[in-house]
Design a binder for this molecule. Structure first.
Ligand code: 1GP
Length: 257
């Protein structure tokens, strides 16, 4: 299938770091989603993610995706369930949850999802999803064997496995509303392992969960994160987005990264 959106992301990443604004169709109306997407575009976002773990109907996903697209940014589904499907989306983070104990999330959902993605005709972006630390609703529902914040070497080993399995995005998730984000040391170590194995230009590291300040965004950029995802702040305080995105994009990898 086409790689239009993946190529767009890789081309943009060659020029700088990326930000995705996450919209949960269960939490906002399509009209609000359109406004959030516009604000995110103005603040410097590179794509809108649409998805949620609970209570998301297919019709809501479609309506939110359609409104978000009016921002001019690509809309990428981030499915918490098979109902997170929309024909008007440009792509989907086609995920396996690498650290789930439940075969549904490691193999059954991807198999069911593959047929839906084919039918919808949207681009799948191979993604390894790894849940860490807090976990939030996603970790609970998907029975993640959550990796402790304090185990960067385990986190990095999962990231490496994801890249070796062919994923183009390695998504390190602390869980929506996490009290603290993914530790920068875990990002830096993941980056180093990926570079050592020759995957540094092929697999992008995304971080999400609990990122609410420019300082947290900078620390993750300095550690080498390629993509920053924010959800809660986008819904609760979209005015703060500009500073968070600017901090993430302006930071240069430091000694850790
Ligand atoms: C995306 O789950 C996150 O990976 C979103 O987390 O809502 O805490 O920004 P926040």
């Amino acid at each position: 299938m086409r790689r239009r959106i993946l190529n767009y992301l890789l081309e943009r990443r060659a020029k700088g770091r990326l930000h995705f604004a996450l919209i949960d169709p269960d939490k906002v109306s399509p009209k609000e989603a359109g406004e959030i997407a516009r604000t995110a575009a103005q603040a410097g976002s590179d794509a809108i993610l649409v998805g949620g773990s609970l209570g998301v109907l297919e019709a809501e996903t479609e309506a939110v995706a359609r409104e978000a697209k009016k921002s001019g940014l690509p809309v990428i589904l981030f499915p918490g369930a098979l109902t997170n499907a929309a024909r008007s989306a440009d792509a989907v983070l086609f995920m396996h949850l690498l650290n789930s104990d439940d075969p549904y999330y490691t193999s059954v959902a991807p198999v069911q999802g593959a047929m839906l993605v084919l039918k919808l005709g949207i681009e799948p972006i191979p993604t390894s999803y790894i849940i860490i630390g807090y976990g939030g609703a996603a970790g609970f529902i998907a029975r993640a064997r959550i990796i402790p914040y304090e185990k960067p070497e385990l986190i990095a080993a999962h990231a490496l496995a994801g890249a070796m399995l062919g994923s183009k995005i390695i998504y390190l998730e602390a869980g929506s509303g996490a009290p603290r984000p993914i530790p920068p040391e875990a990002v830096a170590l993941s980056k180093r392992l990926l570079a050592k194995a020759g995957f540094d230009c092929e697999a992008l590291i995304a971080v999400g969960g609990g990122i609410r300040t420019p300082e947290a965004a900078s620390a993750l950029a300095e550690a080498g994160a390629d993509i920053l995802v924010t959800g809660t702040i986008v819904e609760e305080n979209p005015e703060a987005l500009h500073d968070i995105i600017s901090a993430f994009k302006a930071s240069i990898p430091g000694e850790t990264g």
